[in-house]
Ligand binder design. Structure first.
Ligand SMILES: [Zn+2]
Length: 87
């Protein structure tokens, strides 16, 4: 992987950045640490993430990660590395 060009093919359903290489493989988003599980319903609890997507998005907008414990692990300044599209 080219470190200077992290733009990936798929958009994370939680943070909106194009941070995923593949879909359906439980890839963890480097930007918000949401685990992609195919769930797109905002109010269904996502098992791997132990919260709803709505909550994950709320957390990301509050402190930049889907869960507080991941704040230290997420990519800093993701907008300089990944493309983002609003939902
Ligand atoms: Zn994400």
């Amino acid at each position: 992987m080219d470190e200077n060009n992290n733009d990936k093919k798929f958009q994370c359903v939680c943070c909106g950045f194009f941070s995923l290489e593949e879909m359906g493989v439980a890839e963890i988003c480097l930007v918000c640490f949401w685990e992609e599980d195919g769930e797109t319903d905002l109010d269904v609890i996502s098992n791997p993430n132990r919260m709803t997507l709505r909550k994950g998005r709320e957390n990301f907008s509050k402190f930049g990660a889907c869960e507080r414990q991941f704040i230290k692990d997420v990519v800093k300044n993701p907008e300089t590395k990944f493309r983002k599209e609003n939902f």
